[in-house]
Design a protein around this ligand. Structure first.
Ligand code: TYD
Length: 338
């Protein structure tokens, strides 16, 4: 079986690429190698006979059509994903996350026999007050430009499914964490800051809750989804959540405990504008199909923190982009003002 994976040098995409290769798939990885990509993420499969890397843009219609031709499956993990960056530069989110998806839809529409699986997010629902959970048919209410770009992409998927009778699977996942996640994200950032003994910038009161899923548990959920891909026309939304919702402050404290660093490093700073208080997915449908995460958050976090302790510094060196510059732009004034 042949898969075209987009964004396969990023965090989740690279775990998927490695998982599919291990499962016997032939994989083409299309990645634009933006700041979010790191070639080290796929180094272990780089010379594999069933792996091919193509540097390119999912907005390049001709390239996408060529690569999708003959693929049984197109899996979209190419995206701008960081909420804070979407507040600084929303335009690139519209381009990659919306126009890019339209390009994929156009390519797949021309090729019956190629299935499309698109990665979305629980953020399309906006903040979910406790004790609520968002089911597959919950209304969209995105708060950030990032979330709005993912919701817009889903609406384009819906329009193509309705108009052309396409069957598209949409994965809405809670916050994923694990090795190889970019340092801009909460858990890697706080782990690396704690390791360096530097202030860990906690937004607002730190009582916002996120639902956390270990990346390999995501890959297992994807495996199940791929075994049972529906062929009926329409959008098939799948919720993938761990059910473990933890306040940011608690996550920060756990990281300090794991690294034996003082909790005083946790430094409240100005909140993220429009910051959603809580995300929570109802994943009962996927559970009923036989999936459950294998790691509790405490175990997955310990494994992740250990990975960053051992590999974080060297791995960050091989990443694209200028993280120091971004850090200064995002946190310089916040940390100076505290
Ligand atoms: P993040 O990893 O950016 O994911 P998302 O915003 O998509 O959920 O952030 C996770 C949570 O951690 C979120 O509530 C914002 C918070 N956070 C901080 O408090 N400080 C930070 O420096 C970052 C990056 C995030």
């Amino acid at each position: 079986m042949r898969a075209l994976v987009t964004g396969g040098c990023g965090f989740i995409g690279s775990h998927v690429v490695r998982g599919l290769i291990a499962d016997g798939w032939e994989v083409t990885n299309l990645d634009r190698m933006t700041y979010a990509a790191n070639p080290a993420n796929v180094a272990e499969v780089a010379d594999h006979p069933r792996y091919r890397f193509v540097e390119g843009d999912i907005c390049d219609g001709q390239l996408v059509r060529e690569l999708a031709a003959g693929a049984d499956l197109v899996l979209n993990f190419a995206a701008e994903t960081h909420v804070d960056r979407s507040l600084l530069e929303p335009g690139v989110f519209v381009r990659t996350d919306v126009e890019g998806v339209v390009t994929l839809l156009e390519a797949v529409r021309e090729q019956p026999g190629t299935a499309l699986v698109h990665m979305s997010t629980d953020e399309v629902f906006g903040s979910i007050p406790a004790p609520g959970e968002a089911a597959e048919d919950a209304p969209f209410a995105p708060s950030s430009p990032y979330a709005a770009s993912k919701a817009a992409a889903e609406l384009m998927v819906r329009a193509y499914a309705e108009t052309y009778g396409m069957a598209v699977t949409v994965l809405r996942c809670c916050n994923v964490y694990g090795p190889n996640q970019h340092l801009e994200k909460f858990i890697p950032l706080f782990t690396m800051r704690a390791l360096a003994g530097e202030p860990m910038p906690l937004y607002g009161d730190g009582l916002q809750e996120r639902e956390w899923l270990f990346v390999e548990d995501f890959v297992d959920a994807l495996r199940l989804v791929l075994r049972e891909l529906p062929a009926a026309p329409g959008v098939h939304a799948v919720h993938i959540g761990s059910g473990e919702r933890v306040a940011n402050r608690r996550v920060a404290e756990l990281i300090c405990e794991l690294l034996e660093r003082p909790a005083e490093l946790i430094t409240p700073v100005a909140d993220r504008p429009g910051h959603d208080r809580r995300y929570a997915l109802d994943s009962s449908r996927l559970r009923a199909r036989g999936w459950a995460p294998r790691r509790r958050f405490a175990e997955g976090l310990a494994e992740t923190v250990a990975w960053y302790r051992e590999h974080g510094e060297a791995w960050a060196q091989t990443a694209n982009g200028d993280f120091a510059r971004y850090f200064e732009r995002q946190y310089g004034a916040r940390l100076a003002r505290r």
